[in-house]
Design a protein around this ligand. Structure first.
Ligand code: ADP
Length: 379
């Protein structure tokens, strides 16, 4: 059964705000209501950052009321502190509680507000799309897991989620304990992707604050449990949305993936600058597609030039983590949902990712490369 915006507004008009005097749609705090073809409903509630705690029960109630509508498959309701859209808000004229220019809420940062149970959150980012960021994030997560670490992979690439394809995942995550989602499992990783929750087309029209809220929810409302590291596949680019997200995610550090071409390096530089701006440590730069390995003769050729990312890392005084060659094996396995580190763990490609993961872990924790930190078990 198709859900209409009116159905949603009707359900939301049973939710009251501001001491019970006003309905949520009538309060001017409700953003545009989006419904995708899979009957997934998304909206946000405009608040002042100082109201976050007070409005969390309202958000939950609103989510519950809409979820109770027959036919609704999922609801993503978020609190946001920026004017949600220039499109007409539902029910009433938008009344942004915070003045224009008010920064979005800082739900976390590199210094604090970390995720309970998760020791490190590491962003994998790139200055532009198509450089192999997601493939690298996925294989790095698997390589960290191969070191004996407990690893999660969060696909926050809201404009082009590829983790479901990379890990061969499908189906919707199970809801446990009310609104908490159970991460999916693949090759020993816990994984969650925005692609499993919404149709990618719906995310395309989201504005920065909605993207940020969705990511925050995927961090907070997923039962990640105990993790040594949560690898976050970030959306490509260094625009405002990425900056806000880098700021709002409690990151321990960031990894920048680049190809060796000059143009990609300019973008990588912007990536480094962006994370520096929000005081997130750069754990290193990775050169992807460094050399092309001929599938027939095995000869290596530097079709995009070679070594550019290493030099750029030196110039920017950030660590260089390593080079990943361009190989058929990496492309075919990623596109088939059988990532090379998991399916050919003793092969040459897996070795490259493992070495990079070891350096990454070392830079993250100061621990000797390749050694997971000891786990204390209390019986
Ligand atoms: P991004 O996340 O930067 O957009 P992807 O990880 O989706 O990039 O990769 C884009 C394409 O390049 C995919 O088809 C992927 O299989 C391929 N690819 C990525 N890295 C490599 C590599 N080292 N060797 C061969 N193909 C690669």
């Amino acid at each position: 059964m198709a859900i209409t915006r009116d159905d949603v507004l009707k359900a939301l008009s049973t939710v009251t705000v501001d001491g019970g005097g006003t309905t949520l749609p009538g309060s001017g705090r409700l953003s545009q209501v989006l419904i995708d073809p899979g009957n997934r409903v998304m909206f946000s509630i405009l608040i002042d950052p100082s109201e976050a705690e007070r409005f969390e029960p309202v958000r939950r109630e609103a989510e519950g009321r809409v979820l109770a509508l027959p036919g609704v498959s999922s609801v993503l309701a978020s609190l946001t502190a920026e004017r949600a859209s220039s499109a007409p808000a539902a029910g009433a004229a938008p009344r942004p509680p915070a003045g224009p220019g008010t920064p979005p809420p800082r739900q976390g940062n590199a210094q604090g507000n970390a995720l309970p149970g998760v020791r490190h959150i590491v962003a994998v980012a790139s200055g532009k799309g198509g450089v192999g960021k997601s493939t690298t994030a996925c294989n790095l997560a698997l390589a960290l897991s191969a070191q004996g670490l407990k690893v999660g992979l969060l696909d926050a690439d809201i404009y082009g989620p590829s983790v479901p394809k990379l890990l061969g995942l499908s189906g919707k995550p199970r809801v446990i304990e009310g609104k908490i989602l159970e991460p999916l499992q693949a090759y020993g990783l816990k994984a969650m992707s925005i692609g499993l929750l919404i149709e990618p087309e719906s995310a395309m029209i989201w504005r920065g604050p909605m993207v940020q809220s969705a990511i925050t929810q995927m961090l907070r409302d997923v039962a990640w449990g105990e993790l040594d590291v949560l690898v976050v596949d970030m959306p490509p680019g260094t625009g405002d949305a990425q900056l806000t997200m880098a700021q709002a995610t409690p990151l321990s550090g960031a990894v920048i993936v680049s190809t060796p071409q000059d143009l990609a390096l300019i973008d990588a530089r912007r990536g480094v600058t962006m994370f520096r701006k929000v005081s997130v440590p750069i754990l290193g730069v990775i050169e992807n597609m460094a050399t092309f390995i001929c599938p027939n003769c095995g000869a290596a050729s530097a079709i995009f030039g070679h070594g550019g990312a290493r030099h750029e890392a030196e110039r920017l005084e950030v660590p260089f983590l390593g080079e990943i060659p361009l190989t058929m094996a990496i492309r075919e396995t990623s596109d088939a949902g059988r990532p090379v580190v998991a399916t050919d763990p003793d092969g040459p490609q897996a070795k490259v990712y493992r070495e990079i993961a070891e350096k990454l872990w070392g830079n993250l924790t100061g621990a000797p490369a390749g050694r997971a930190a000891p786990r204390i078990v209390i019986e």
